[in-house]
Design a protein around this ligand. Structure first.
Ligand code: CU
Length: 173
């Protein structure tokens, strides 16, 4: 009897696993590149800009570089945020994002991010944002980013309005 119960419990756990993996341990791997924590934020109607975030890890022994990003919903590029004399500004990352062997780089609000301009449609909470990332070595990777509530501070949990919005001084919106 206890053995049957144990088996049933394991089977239940296995059945639950795919859903859990999809929503919480979402990761994408190609070659030596591992992408995790892929997320974005919902945008208000009429907004022309959006941002995407993820963590990229180079699990291999050779350097790689994220050189280009495309998305069906607009124009995408990699931006860096820098604070000069107390003023936060952002600019496209020249030459792409280099990732050394063993290095892990996190894109997050206030730092590196995928900038989407000329946004064709609002990003809706609960849906997915599709990006095609092109790496010098790993090649093209299709990435899906969970669209979190507006103002979400991170890839999971949290709620709206708990952090400052993703600011873009210097860009006309
Ligand atoms: Cu930006």
């Amino acid at each position: 009897m206890p053995r049957f119960i144990r088996t049933a419990a394991i089977m239940a756990a296995l059945l639950l696993l795919p859903a859990v993996t999809a929503s919480f341990a979402h990761e994408i791997k190609k070659g030596d590149i591992l992408l995790t924590e892929l997320w974005s934020r919902a945008t208000p109607a009429g907004a022309k800009v959006a941002a995407g975030f993820f963590t990229v890890e180079n699990t291999g022994s050779e350097a790689d570089r994220l050189v280009d990003i495309k998305t069906p919903v607009g124009k995408a590029e990699i931006h860096e945020t820098a604070t000069v004399n107390g003023v936060s500004t952002m600019r496209p990352l020249e030459g792409g994002l280099a990732i050394a062997p063993g290095q892990k780089v996190t894109l997050a609000p206030g730092g590196l991010h995928v900038m989407i301009t000329e946004l064709k449609e609002p990003l809706k909470e609960g849906e997915m944002l599709h990006l095609t990332l092109r790496f010098q070595k790993a090649g093209e990777i299709d990435a899906t980013l969970h669209i979190r509530p507006p103002g979400a501070p991170g890839p999971g949990g949290g709620g709206a309005g708990s952090s400052s919005p993703h600011g873009h001084p210097g860009m006309k919106m």
